[in-house]
Design a binder for this molecule. Sequence first.
Ligand code: PCA
Length: 132
Amino acid sequence: MTPAPGSTLLFIYGTLKRGASNHAVLADQTYVADASTVPGYRLLLVADYPGMVRDPADRRGVQGEIWSVSPDALRRLDDFEGVPERLYRRDRVSLTPPHEDLAVESYLYLRNIRGRRPIISGIWPANGRLIP
Ligand code: PCA
């Protein structure tokens, strides 16, 4: 897959997904594919949204979607996700085949995760309702 010039491939896994609560912020960009991270990343329930963190002990990874995002949209998304406030940081992540060679970035959660409920499945439900 050849990304449009200047665009960034973004792996999104939470409320930005199709059908999820904040999808409107991303909706005018280009969907590429459903995808999964390699093991070593997991999800936590932060509030009514999830956070993804690196965890070398993880054996499952996280499921989400790859989107191709323009520079303008990327700035908008960084602001929306609280990158300036260091809620998340956007960083390279590794995906499973057939996307293993793509340079893809994702929002990694930066705050304290103590006491945060893990989302064992690695899947954020589009309707935001987690099965207890
Ligand atoms: N929004 C971003 C990060 C977590 C969230 O809810 C996403 O969907 O990837």
